[in-house]
Design a protein around this ligand. Sequence first.
Ligand code: CP
Length: 310
Amino acid sequence: MKLRSKHLLGLEGMSEEEIAFILDTAETFKEILSRPIRIVPTLRGVGIVNLFYEPSTRTRISFELAEKRLSAEVVNFSTSVSSVKKGETLKDTVRNIEAMKIDMVVVRHQSSGVPYFLTQCLNASIINAGDGAHEHPTQGLLDLFTIREKYKRIKGLKVVIVGDIKYSRVARSNIWGLKAMGADVSVCGPTTLLPIEIEKMGIKAYSDLDQALEGADVVNVLRIQLERQKGGLLPSLREYTNKFGITKERLNRLNENFTIMHPGPINRGVEITPEVADGPHSVILDQVTNGVAIRMAVLYLLSGGEGKVE
Ligand code: CP
């Protein structure tokens, strides 16, 4: 099997078969990462640039490690020390980078649609590492991988995504991916942070956290973006924590073998208490570990890989 596109812009429209293929491939890479020598020659000679126009810890480091462990030639681009500071446009920047023989571009940008725009001006494979409020597909894939790793299935699990759904690219990629894999998906947050007609995505929407958590298997807690308060979308962080914060007391409503997830970075004590974030049901650091294997799988498959990696 091969992926249908040479780009990864989002999980919207991706089939169950394609997602399962990426997750299966990531399992192979996770096994490789457990070996004493974790480097394979799979992408030797392939040039990759990591183009981050927005801050990132997990995604940037994870992509860089994935690329290096696949033996690719890696270049990191940061706007703060580039000619973007001198006014160079995005199109000129990427065309100049491609002129240096780059095969793949990993891009994070504050504007939705930038990864798609790059597919229109470059021949390279484009991987979306988070664009505005649109999608963050590798985060969605690593979340799916982490859920499947624990439960050995995704179909039929009740997954609740809590927080700023309206502006969250992580929420959108999770919803598309979880729906494709047959999960029962709900979202929960203040009405000001729930998109109008979100139910049209085939999910349930709640503004009462206790109702949303009833009988859930997985709770994916989103970072509350502190700037939302300045924008008048949240009355106060204290009220948000009271109504939507994930505390130990609220966990009683979940199924016995429940799982707590968070894409990071965490605002401890705002959307989740440290006790829950670091508790026995948390897989937050497993998500980060799995991110490297997922990104190795995505890079390998988008570069034309189709067989099993040994
Ligand atoms: N989850 C995530 O995208 O984290 P970073 O912003 O640190 O990359």
